[in-house]
Write a protein that binds this ligand. Structure first.
Ligand SMILES: [Zn+2]
Ligand SMILES: [Zn+2]
Length: 86
């Protein structure tokens, strides 16, 4: 679904580090707004990231800021706003 990324990570701009078993560049789909927080499964909410950048979104000290920067870097992405009651 995210083949428009052309095998390039949308986080760092580098080519995917290896080919997957199906022979296509391996990138992981990251939902910029987590599905658990009512983010959608649409391409406006999904970025194609290399494993490094994907882990960075989830685990890095600057993960939140890095994720937020995707909205600026990737024009396709649209920030989704919903009222979420914790
Ligand atoms: Zn990357
Ligand atoms: Zn993710």
């Amino acid at each position: 679904m995210l083949k428009q990324a052309n095998g390039t990570c949308e986080g760092c701009g580098h080519a995917a580090p290896f080919l997957g078993v199906d022979g296509t560049p391996f990138l992981e789909v990251h939902h910029v707004r987590p599905l658990a927080q009512m983010g959608s499964d649409r391409v406006e909410n999904a970025a194609a990231l290399c494993p490094n950048c994907h882990r960075r979104c989830h685990l890095a000290a600057d993960g939140k800021a890095f994720t937020q920067s995707l909205y600026i870097r990737v024009k396709r992405l649209k920030e989704e706003h919903f009222d979420v009651t914790p």
